[in-house]
Design a protein around this ligand. Structure first.
Ligand code: M6D
Length: 376
């Protein structure tokens, strides 16, 4: 599958498959579909999934990949429902993390990762619709991040309960959201926040000696066996590579060396013989789980595209097309057109029993990069 065909798959199959299945009649999103594509009854809904769905619809509408009016209408209804259900359900500002379909809050934590995805969705909805209320909701969300989630030693807390370990992952998504807010509003303060997180990446998240990205830390960002800092995610190293290239465009900061190291580490530690990234490995590249989900593969795809185009390395763009081909034959095969298998074991057996909605965001994310490559 060429990159153009991957883009066509997202536009002509995945988005049309998902649009009628994204939400119920009230605009409340579905968390998972059965393998035949019918929405499954779920015990809990995660705020992050609803926010990811609203983001994809808004951004796809902006890019002209879906019919603009119905997609934006659906995204706005989904956001409206999320706001009614999950914003300050207990009177305190902030988005609740999990709830059930009847509107009961099952997890009232204000979670950093979730707030990052709220910002991503609100930024794109605000730009796509031009409606001022989204700007107000962004301010309220940022106030929670900087208030209830403030933390010592740099960065933010995992949630308003301050759990351990502290993780780089929600900071990576706050970096993504900050870049999106800068792109959608043009305001310098969002780029400044991204700059702060860039500083954390270099000072805390990167293990300079081992040349890898650490995931789990103690309260003052120390690495330790207690929080199992040895667990590494190659998919996140690829994800940072993509994000750093976006930061480079916005901030005009040099990122070549950093991207090279992160990308090489992802491939060195995580790539299997059949050309996919393992979910979790140790420092020697030994798999810690018998699983490779779909999302690390789409992170790898984006990293190949941005590294191939930034470094003028056609072999990486060829590998990106080859990876898209492998995805087409495995993760995207044997399911209704536009759907996906979310996980495989390391010996290549499909292991997902349902289709998680949360992965649409990952499948969509390479598209803006492919469009940029085509336009260059
Ligand atoms: O498990 P879901 O919600 O589909 O998320 C899938 C993955 O998304 C990535 O961007 C990372 O943040 C991972 O840590 C996360 O596991």
């Amino acid at each position: 599958m060429s990159l153009r065909n991957y883009l066509a798959w997202v536009r002509d199959q995945a988005l049309p498959f998902w649009l009628p299945r994204a939400a119920d009649a009230e605009g409340l999103f579905h968390e998972t579909l059965a393998m035949d594509g019918t929405p499954q009854p779920e015990a809990e809904l995660r705020l992050r999934t609803g926010m990811r769905q609203a983001y994809v619809l808004a951004h796809a509408a902006e890019l002209g990949l879906v019919d603009r009016a119905p997609a934006l209408d659906l995204a706005a209804r989904m956001m409206e429902r999320l706001r009614a259900l999950a914003w300050a359900p207990d009177g305190r500002p902030g988005w609740a993390a999990r709830f059930d379909r009847a509107g009961g809050i099952t997890d009232g934590r204000r979670d950093l990762y979730d707030h990052a995805f709220a910002l991503l969705a609100l930024g794109h909805l605000g730009r796509a619709t031009g409606e001022a209320r989204y700007a107000a909701w962004i301010e309220e969300t940022l106030a929670v991040v900087d208030g209830a989630l403030a933390a010592p030693h740099g960065g933010w807390a995992e949630s308003d309960r301050g759990e351990l370990p502290r993780r780089q992952n929600p900071h990576m998504h706050l970096f993504e959201a900050s870049l999106a807010l800068h792109e959608t509003t043009g305001e310098a303060r969002h780029l400044a926040r991204a700059g702060e997180i860039f500083g954390l990446l270099r000072a805390r998240f990167l293990d300079e000696e081992a040349g890898v990205l650490t995931e789990f830390f103690g309260p003052a960002w120390e690495r330790s066996p207690q929080v199992r800092s040895e667990r590494l995610d190659p998919g996140h190293m690829a994800e940072w590579t993509w994000l750093l290239r976006r930061y480079e465009r916005a901030a005009r900061r040099p990122v070549d060396a950093l991207c090279g190291r992160l990308f090489d580490a992802a491939v060195r530690l995580g790539l299997t013989a059949d050309g996919f990234l393992v979910d979790e490995v140790d420092i020697a590249g030994r798999p810690l789980v018998d699983r490779r989900r779909l999302w690390p593969q789409t992170e790898y795809l984006k990293a190949l595209v941005v590294q191939g185009s930034a470094g003028h390395r056609p072999e990486l763009l060829e590998e990106a097309a080859a990876l898209a081909g492998r995805l087409g034959k495995t993760y995207l095969a044997g399911v209704p057109a536009g759907a996906w298998r979310d996980a495989f074991t390391l010996d290549g057996r499909p292991s997902a029993s349902a289709i998680p909605a949360s992965t649409l965001y990952h499948l969509f994310a390479p598209v803006p990069e492919i469009l940029r490559l085509e336009a260059s």
